[in-house]
Design a protein around this ligand. Structure first.
Ligand code: SPD
Length: 284
């Protein structure tokens, strides 16, 4: 969101994305603006995209196009797992990922969000959050995701990492140490799905991550989908598992009523463009 003076966190966030391009939103109305203990939270109204959530000036969710991101973050993993009973979502305080997880017959869906202010703001302006949190299968924990995974005694079938970019409070959720600890709370046939940045802007970081993730998991694949309001528009995700390869699953557990994800998209989304394949091929 356009502001007069950028604080250091916002500068860092912008440098991470790009100094050379961006997206603009004509603001019909500023609905919410607050600095929490962790970040600057803003929600505006735009005539085309509807309500738009920014954290430290970076677009997280718009009413118009959030389905691309949340469906792709959640459904490939849940469609591949034979019995996704216990699901953990780290981040995702806007509730879009939780809403998608609850479309599956899960027994329990944990939402672990560090910033209570994000929950409060989104409960008011993104009604799906309130509805999802009222589902008896949903369990909200206001906690640091990294600390949560170190102290939990639960084991999970699927873990979804719906982090912001690797700046500010989310930086830790993109590190090797985080994935090592995450693996320990995953059941042997479990799956991790995580947002992995832009195919073009974050290629160097993805290549580094690919090197250690391929050593850590028998199956470590990237997959892709459009998110029109994220930088450069094509977004990447990690699919990590020791037992399940998303390209070898014959019968996907599809749920009805989705807007983007379907069987064809599932298999197509794992195809790597030549430049990406070259940059991330890494050694095993
Ligand atoms: N550059 C934006 C990346 C944001 C990814 N997480 C968004 C959270 C939406 N639930």
């Amino acid at each position: 969101m356009k502001t007069q003076a950028l604080d250091s966190k916002q500068k860092e966030a912008r440098e991470y994305q790009t100094e050379w391009s961006g997206i603009f939103f004509k603001v019909r109305k500023v609905l919410y603006q607050k600095r929490s203990a962790f970040q600057k939270i803003e929600i505006i109204e735009n005539d085309f995209f509807g309500r738009v959530l920014f954290l430290d000036g970076l677009v997280q969710t718009t009413e118009k196009d959030e389905f691309f991101y949340h469906e792709m973050l959640v459904h490939p993993a849940l469609a591949c797992h034979p019995h996704p009973d216990n699901v953990l979502i780290i981040g995702g305080g806007d509730g879009g990922a939780l809403r998608e997880v609850l479309k599956h017959p899960v027994k329990k869906a944990w939402l672990v969000e560090i910033d209570e202010q994000v929950i409060k703001a989104c409960e008011k302006y993104f009604p799906w959050l309130d509805k999802s949190l009222s589902d008896p299968r949903a369990e909200l924990a206001i906690a640091d995701g990294f600390e949560f995974i170190q102290r939990t005694t639960e084991k999970f079938d699927v873990v979804i990492v719906d982090s912001s970019d690797p700046v500010g409070p989310s930086a830790i959720l993109h590190a090797k140490d985080f994935y090592q600890k995450l693996k320990k709370i995953l059941k042997p046939d479990g799956i991790i799905a995580a947002q992995a940045g832009s195919q073009l802007l974050h290629l160097k970081e993805q290549a580094q991550k690919a090197r250690y993730l391929k050593k850590m998991f028998h199956c470590a694949r990237f997959y892709f989908g459009p998110v029109p309001t994220y930088p450069v528009g094509t977004w990447c995700y990690h699919f990590l598992s020791d037992k399940i390869d998303p390209l070898r699953v014959k019968k996907l557990r599809l749920v009805p009523g989705l807007k983007y994800y379907n069987q064809g998209i599932h298999y197509a989304s794992f195809i790597e463009p030549a430049f990406f394949e070259q940059a991330t091929k890494g050694s095993r």
